[in-house]
Design a protein. Structure first.
Length: 255
């Protein structure tokens, strides 16, 4: 499992008070529309993904044991889709940073849960293990290390009560993928260029894409740790990598 360096480098000062704002649905309307075993937040994320991908192509990996049950996983799961846009890659999306389940009070919140879900786009890596899809088709090079990375970042947020926003960044205390010869040793966050965000019955959810960064790029950000500087780096990446796909074998550095 990838360990996270917990002295997070954040951009600018952030107010961690949850903003509450009434939206159109009242708690009474929410209770009339949904039942206690519904998952309106989950369904809304699936709906956003269904506009881009065939739902039948989804490979969902649930948590092994959720923290609420005494485990180490703070996400309920991560879904992976294959994409041929740009460089062929895997698109990972988390479930669990937002409020997924029935919660009438969430209908009054501006943001659902922490207000975001993680996403990440990854070029298949030859050392990653095979997996199987729902129809037992072998899927080569599944990036389980990235699921572990998301779980660790989720643990940080839930324990520290500090969350990520677009153009924040964080170093890891190891390569993104353990025991791997890669220059990528940190993560910057940017709006997912395709998913963006979505409104759910439980509040707004933004999809924050994790982008692997090198030590040199990390050091450059540390010189002026502001959202403006992170956005400048991300914009340089977008010029030849508009989908912000992470490639563990990337040699090019943008600063």
């Amino acid at each position: 499992m990838v360990k996270i360096c917990y002295n997070i480098i954040r951009s600018d000062k952030v107010d961690y008070t949850v903003t509450k704002k009434k939206i159109k649905m009242t708690t009474q309307e929410y209770e009339a529309m949904f039942e206690e075993d519904d998952a309106p937040g989950w369904d809304a994320i699936e709906g956003a993904l269904g506009k881009i991908y065939d739902p039948a192509s989804e490979r969902h990996y649930p948590s092994q044991l959720h923290a609420s049950l005494g485990g180490d996983d703070y996400l309920d799961g991560v879904s992976i889709f294959d994409s041929v846009e740009g460089v062929p890659h895997r698109h990972l999306v988390s479930f669990g940073m937002s409020e997924l389940y029935y919660d009438p009070q969430s209908s009054q919140d501006e943001f659902s849960g922490w207000g975001f879900e993680f996403s990440m786009r990854i070029v298949p890596f030859a050392d990653d293990p095979d997996s199987k899809s729902g129809d037992d088709t072998v899927v080569p090079y599944e990036p389980f290390w990235a699921i572990s990375l998301m779980q660790n970042l989720a643990k940080y947020v839930y324990n520290s009560k500090k969350w990520f926003k677009a153009y924040h960044f964080i170093p890891t205390n190891s390569p993104l993928r353990l025991n791997t010869d890669t220059k990528l040793v940190g993560v910057a966050f940017a709006p997912d260029p395709v998913l963006g965000g979505t409104d759910t019955p439980n509040g707004r959810v933004e999809f924050l894409q994790m982008v692997g960064i090198t030590q040199r790029e990390l050091d450059w950000l540390r010189k002026d740790p502001t959202t403006q500087r992170v956005e400048k780096l991300i914009n340089m990446m977008r010029k030849d990598n508009p989908l912000l796909i992470t490639d563990l074998q990337r040699e090019k550095e943008y600063v």
